[in-house]
Write a protein that binds this ligand. Structure first.
Ligand SMILES: Cc1cc2nc3c(=O)[nH]c(=O)nc-3n(C[C@H](O)[C@H](O)[C@H](O)COP(=O)(O)O)c2cc1C
Length: 317
């Protein structure tokens, strides 16, 4: 997958089929440009940016890399029309949409010459992507950090189902933290990978240092899927999480849960570093991270591991 060109590298014009997932409070121009400059595809995470902030990051991105890059747009974004206008006006070439129907914006983005990928958590939504005419589909298992599917399908279960449901170029997401995992995704029909957690904890991520340091201490079982009444989200088990679970156990309504979270809970946790009272989003694969590495170190490790693992399998056959 890494050394050969395939439909994903061709579609986006990148060297390696490694996509850095758009991530609220983590993936600004610094992280995204570092990934693109290392031969992957960096995505700005528009989900945590006001339109004027996104514009600023687009301009910085244009200065920081000449390689392909894109923007992740969660479709429940409140000022989405304004955001789409900026993206089209600024000549952005690649958009990854998530958390909504791919039907609504794909044709408008295509008319502007923009390539569109959409993130799904089930084969049903993968078929909707094909109907909507998207260029690639990201199948994200529930190991992943951030908001998650209600189906709770793991990546290893989801990939073959999505592969069977659509002929679209397929990108695997959720739980990928090594070249070996990339190879497994390849064996299950994916032509590329989207990685969030590893890059959220990288040097170039805009997350708070205390958040990154907390991530290094996490062990198995320290992240859980919560907030199923709102939007299922994988969270670190901190004080806020305990209060959420207590409220959920006594049958709290969606409104009560909103109130409990308070304003900008993910900003408080991930960006401002309030480790106990903020919402800390990170994936299960966080347990594999030993230190805060640079993007170039992460990228070269993934590529090296992939090539070695592939060769070992060939040699053993
Ligand atoms: C801190 C964090 C924030 C995220 N924010 C978003 C987001 O704004 N939009 C989105 O589509 N996915 C978001 N994700 C999901 C990632 O883009 C990616 O698909 C996922 O992290 C892949 O799984 P992994 O965490 O196991 O690598 C986020 C993930 C993390 C860890």
């Amino acid at each position: 997958m890494t050394t050969q060109q395939n439909r994903i590298t061709d579609l986006f014009g990148i060297q390696y089929p490694i996509i850095q997932g758009g991530m609220v409070w983590c993936s600004g121009w610094r992280l995204a440009s570092a990934v693109s400059n290392a031969g992957g595809l960096g995505l700005l995470g528009a989900g945590s940016m006001h339109p004027d902030k996104l514009l600023e990051h687009i301009h910085k991105m244009q200065d920081a890399t000449e390689r392909p890059w894109g923007i992740n747009v969660p479709l429940m974004y409140p000022q989405i029309e304004e955001l789409m206008d900026i993206i089209i006006h600024e000549g952005v070439k690649i958009v990854f949409t998530s958390a909504g129907s791919p039907k609504k914006y794909t044709s408008r983005l295509h008319e502007a010459g923009i390539k569109v990928a959409h993130v799904v958590s089930s084969s049903k939504f993968a078929r909707k992507c094909e109907e909507a005419g998207v260029d690639a589909v990201v199948a994200e298992g529930f190991e992943a950090g951030g908001h998650n599917g209600r189906e709770e399908s793991t990546t290893i279960t989801l990939l073959p189902l999505v592969r069977r449901a659509t002929t679209l170029p397929l990108i695997a997401a959720g739980g990928i933290g090594s070249g070996q995992a990339m190879l497994a995704a390849r064996a299950l029909g994916a032509e590329g990978v989207q990685i969030g957690t590893l890059f959220a904890v990288s040097k170039e991520s805009s997350a708070a240092d205390s958040f990154k340091r907390k991530c290094l201490l996490l062990e198995e079982g320290d992240t859980m899927l919560a907030l199923k009444k709102l939007s299922p989200t994988r969270l670190v088990r901190n004080d806020l999480y305990a209060r959420i679970v207590e409220a959920e156990d006594r049958g709290a309504s969606a409104e009560e849960l909103h109130e409990l979270l308070g304003k900008a809970a993910s900003k408080r946790g991930i960006f401002e570093g309030d480790i106990e009272n903020g919402e800390l989003e990170i994936g299960q694969i966080v347990t594999s991270i030993q230190k805060i590495d640079s993007v170039t170190d992460i990228m070269s490790r993934l590529i090296r591991e992939y090539d070695v693992a592939r060769q070992q399998i060939i040699d053993n056959v």
